[in-house]
Ligand binder design. Sequence first.
Ligand code: UFG
Length: 344
Amino acid sequence: METAKKQCVLVTGGAGFIGSHTLVELIEAGFDVVAVDNFSNSDDTCLKGVEAITGKKIPFEEVDCCDYQAMENVFKHYEFDSVIHFAAFKAVGESVEMPLKYYRNNIASFLNILELMQKYNRSNIVFSSSATVYGESEVLPVTEETPRLPATSSYGNTKQICEDILRDAVASSKLKGIALRYFNPIGAHPSALIGELPRGVPNNLVPFITQTASGIRECLSVFGNDYPTPDGSCIRDYIDVVDLAKAHVSAIARMIEGKNKQNYEIFNVGTGKGTSVLELVEMFQRVNNLKLNYKIAPRRQGDVMSIYADTTLANTELGWKAQRSLEDTLASAWKWEQYIRSKE
Ligand code: UFG
């Protein structure tokens, strides 16, 4: 990655869960970084954690990516050639109730970034896409060629629309882009200095599990045990957040080094292995040697039964593969939860 070294990367949403882990991996791979975040769903906890892990001061601007003028100032001020765009709203349920909030935020911010990249001649962008674009696929595992199905939430639709915007922007300019379709990111940095910090009641499974284990939530509801899966609960592909962060470094390096085969590329980022909700709950208890209070509850509206990735393309083209075991990832999630509670 010699040529990639000393390159600067702008990370939007850098104070968030995946953004903060990616800052660490970029710095450890030799990149300079600049981060922006509007703290709409975060605070400076993880930025401080990144600084503690790396021993580096992170250049940071508190900016909303929807604010074109403020973002233009960032482009004028910093000499990055690549951008990783994490900043977005991501609550599936909320997006159904407040679709316009999601369309305005997730799409307007991305348009600003792309327009400014073209105006200031910046070269490479990685976009945070999602496995949600596949919907309930009949064929598993899903490859990047598996047709996208109509989104079941406005959140999911913003991911599809932004993928298409990126495809078209790349086709009509010198820009190179990679969309990474994340499966279910979980876990925390092994230092336990950064991790997932959801505001309010968590929507996602693992933060709900760790908060139940720490006594903040009374009981985990397992949404459905009557699906036609081996144990009746839904199946997902849980990807460790540090592994996921490393996929971003590989994607940026691929474009900088000119190894991309097309100017717009898509990669699944998962482990390739499906795990059921009940298996995950059992594993969390075993690995962390504790008992979790949980009950079976009705299915959650909008959930797909089963989805997991074919990761061949990321393995062969990006030279990236998930490394950390699910056991270690679940241990790291619990370690982080305990660290955060100890600070209260
Ligand atoms: N689940 C529970 N109880 C909970 C929370 C979740 O049983 O309290 C179950 C869900 O029903 C699902 C599984 O745990 O079967 C995973 O649910 P998450 O909410 O953690 O994740 P999702 O798979 O629903 O959503 C994730 C991302 C979205 C993305 C979506 C794509 O959070 O951003 O994958 O499928 F859009």
